[in-house]
Design a protein around this ligand. Structure first.
Ligand code: FMN
Length: 320
């Protein structure tokens, strides 16, 4: 067993957090991760109330273990935070924006505040705001993120916010990655892409198979999918996706795409509905190289943790 400040904070068996992937980390996947001894976070994304009610009810029914919800901060509102807190999660994770407007409500609900950050300034802001746990997300990550790579970012954040515990995210899919994160001073790993390719994840089977088939070289960071979908992401957070025909056509031609939105949007929406991933986005990180099949999330949690423990024991023998 690996014991860290993360496992102690929530009474977990494994220092693993499910990334709150919007539209992917539903109540079933998050409950599976929590029941397996990790911390399942429902991907609240842009805060759609109907989706949240469905998935949070599912979550509450399926687990008695600690769990939480993630929200995209720039798109959150007080009413969505109140809705989420009404389900009495053990943790709320805020990513991509200033968490301060929501801290008081989260703390008053007796809930742990997790802030996901992409750089040192954001890490210090999160600590000042009262974050109980800070997730340092490297640019290798699937989905939206910043510019800094996980390997140098994590120890820098650890140093900058000590004694607040830090968790590493971005590029972790197996026990080697988890063990490395612990060696960097993190107290665990938050994992997204690996859990997307799991049986319990929401989302089209074809998207999961694209993750299994893709190579890390085929992923890239872009704003074109946010433009076409109509999400006003701050430009400092492009998203990492598997390159496809749509991205090849428009990446680097964002102003042309902006001019063409009216004619392009219906086709894009139809592709997303039909699971045509040569047009629709599959967010995924560089770590796709390590993903060989769709697996059950509970098996993943157990295996990643056991592999990490073995890595740590083997690593100790290197020191003479
Ligand atoms: C499909 C997908 C959707 C994501 N959606 C969100 C989101 O809504 N909110 C969020 O905070 N992070 C989101 N992320 C990022 C994850 O929380 C996490 O930082 C990232 O997946 C970690 O890197 P990895 O993909 O290499 O494991 C998403 C990631 C993926 C792959």
């Amino acid at each position: 067993m690996i014991a860290t400040a993360l496992t102690e904070m929530f009474g977990l068996q494994h220092p693993i957090i499910l990334g709150p992937m919007g539209g992917v980390s539903g109540g079933h996947l998050a409950a599976t991760v929590s029941n397996a001894g990790g911390l399942g976070l429902v991907g609240g994304g842009y805060g759609d109330p109907a989706w949240l009610r469905t998935e949070l009810s599912r979550m509450k029914e399926a687990t008695r273990r600690p769990w939480g919800v993630g929200l995209i901060t720039w798109s959150a509102s007080h009413s969505v935070v109140e809705l989420v807190l009404g389900y009495r999660p053990h943790a709320v994770m805020l990513s991509f924006g200033d968490p301060r407007p929501y801290v008081a409500a989260i703390k008053a609900a007796g809930c742990k505040l997790i802030c996901q950050v992409q750089g040192l300034e954001e890490a210090r802001l999160a600590q000042e705001a009262g974050a109980d746990l800070i997730v340092a997300e490297g640019t290798e990550a699937g989905g939206h993120g910043g510019n800094r790579a996980t390997l140098p970012l994590v120890p820098a954040v650890v140093d900058a916010v000590a004694p607040t515990p830090v968790v590493a995210a971005g590029g972790i899919a197996d026990g080697r990655g988890l063990a490395a994160a612990l060696m960097l001073g993190a107290h665990g790993a938050l994992i997204g892409t690996r859990f997307y390719a799991s049986a319990e994840a929401l989302g089209n089977e074809r998207a999961k198979q694209r993750i299994v088939a893709a190579r890390g070289d085929e992923t890239g960071r872009t704003r074109v999918f946010d433009l076409i979908r109509g999400y006003a992401w701050p430009p400092i957070y492009p998203g990492r996706a598997i390159r496809n025909g749509f991205m090849e056509r428009w990446d680097g031609r964002e102003s042309a795409l902006t001019q063409a939105l009216e004619t392009e949007r219906a086709g894009y929406q139809a592709a997303a509905r039909d699971g045509d991933y040569d047009t629709a986005v599959v967010w995924a990180g560089e770590v796709v190289d390590l993903i060989k099949s769709v697996e059950s999330a509970s098996a993943l949690v157990a295996r990643i943790s056991a592999e990490a423990e073995a890595q740590l024991r083997a690593g100790a023998k290197l020191a003479r």
